[in-house]
Design a protein around this ligand. Structure first.
Ligand code: MG
Length: 455
């Protein structure tokens, strides 16, 4: 029965080509003499394979922590021997719910579906829980989506960037991170990163997100909050960042691109004040001036200075980009692509940005897995409106767990040119690095009186 059906499908699929061939051959009668002839029986390369239905047999989550950070990878297995795909579903702060969403729901949902129907699977999986659009479900969906692109690339015998349109640049220009507890220490770090060939460097002063700027906050002396909580002193932060930029321009001149992430941790008017004062130091971009709850402050910021702004790391749904882009509120898309559901929605956001001259700057920290970095890089290679890519230099241990992890030379990222995403997971090695207890401290930031600050 299946054989007959497959034969019928092949016949039907070839019908338009046969009709086209006979039409073209009629060019001999002189009416369309300029039309090229197609030899009888010609088929496009790979057409046999493309006609074949590739059934999904299993979707499962794999966890590992080869460099300390908890990572979630989704593996999609098919009915074709040896044909599978992998994708990044890493939501480090909530790993267990993502694993459950994959193993308990997406697996059953996807079984027997055609793995080549990426858009259909994305659209139906997206609304399969009826209530949708959160980081847990979007990350689970991303693992599935990226794995399907990986499979399609393997079927086509091409790297994923080829399926997205092909290269528009030879490699992916990246920025790396300089940090330190004083501006002087940050400068020394900038120097060492420059010596590795990076042209773009993000500078952060203080602890993660520029916190830790109050050593003995009053709230802790009064037993309020937790000992591990971080404390934000907005004025010390603002003055420190200005000093840092001033020092960097003095020491390194104009031949370097300087970036900074505000992590949304000061009041909106303080953010506008700081960005205006940084304008003279020509930042490449300032990231996340406002929390997602404060988007309506963007028009005021844009009226007051010409500093390029990157935004979007905390946005969940591709629709959240539409109004900000149409209103030119920012210049760089800082999406974490697993956070919005994978390559399929990220390509739509990137293409939307092209119409408004908003460039990509995908989120690429350590809590994006090497698989997620590969997905970032394949999109970066293909879209015209690429801006810059945040990168992580992975340890040898991580590279052994993830063979084919993108490489970085002189600040440029290169993907493995193998078909698909060009990266794999060695499950035996991955199992040697189980998840550890996660420290939530960095998300817990307070003002000196103990008031919680939103990142
Ligand atoms: Mg950020």
């Amino acid at each position: 029965m299946m054989g007959n059906r497959r034969d019928l499908l092949k016949t039907l699929a070839l019908l338009p080509l046969a009709a086209c061939t006979s039409e073209l051959n009629r060019a001999d009668d002189g009416k369309q003499a300029q039309m090229p002839k197609i030899p009888a029986g010609w088929k496009p390369p790979g057409s046999e394979l493309n006609l074949q239905k590739v059934k999904i047999k299993k979707v499962r989550a794999i966890t590992t922590a080869p460099y300390g950070t908890g990572l979630v990878i989704v593996k999609v297995e098919t009915d074709q021997p040896g044909l599978y795909g992998i994708g990044c579903a890493t939501f480090t702060q909530r790993i267990s719910p993502v694993v459950a969403a994959v193993n308990d729901y997406l697996d059953e949902f996807c079984r027997e579906k055609d793995a080549t129907h990426i858009e259909d699977i994305w659209q139906t999986a997206y609304q399969s829980s009826y209530w949708r659009n959160g980081p847990v479900l979007n990350n689970a969906l991303s693992g599935l989506d990226q794995a399907l692109w990986d499979i399609k690339g393997k079927l086509a015998g091409m790297p994923v960037y080829q399926l997205l349109g092909g290269k528009t640049r030879f490699a992916v220009d990246c920025y790396s991170h300089a940090s330190g507890t004083t501006p002087e220490k940050v400068m020394d770090h900038v120097q060492s990163i420059r010596e590795k060939g990076f042209r773009h460097i993000r500078m952060q002063l203080g602890g993660y997100g520029s916190t830790h700027l109050v050593d003995d906050p009053a709230y802790k002396r009064h037993g309020f909050g937790k000992e591990k909580d971080n404390t934000m002193n907005s004025q010390a932060y603002k003055n420190g960042v200005i000093q840092m930029f001033k020092m960097a321009r003095k020491r390194f001149g104009d031949d370097i691109e300087l970036l900074h992430d505000m992590h949304e941790r000061v009041e909106p008017m303080d953010a506008i004040d700081l960005i205006k004062r940084l304008e003279e130091y020509r930042p490449y971009f300032i990231e996340d001036p406002f929390s997602p709850e404060n988007m309506r402050w963007f028009p005021m910021l844009r009226e007051h200075c010409a500093v390029p702004i990157a935004m979007g790391e905390l946005l969940n749904n591709p629709h959240e980009w539409v109004d900000p882009m149409a209103n030119r509120w920012y210049d760089f898309i800082r999406t974490h692509i697993s956070q919005i559901g994978g390559i399929t929605p990220a390509m739509k956001v990137a293409r939307l940005g092209e119409w408004f001259n908003v460039r990509t700057a995908w989120h690429g920290p350590g809590d994006t897995s090497p698989v997620g970095h590969a997905a970032n890089a394949h999109i970066d290679l293909a879209v015209w409106n690429f801006g810059i890519q945040e990168c992580k230099i992975f340890t040898e241990q991580a590279r052994e767990v993830f063979p084919g992890t993108p490489t970085i030379e002189n600040g440029y990222m290169f993907v493995n040119e193998a078909p698909g995403l060009g990266i794999d997971i060695d499950e035996e090695k991955a199992a040697k690095f189980p998840l550890r207890d996660y420290n939530y401290g960095w998300t817990q930031v307070r003002k000196p009186d103990g008031t919680p600050v939103r990142p």
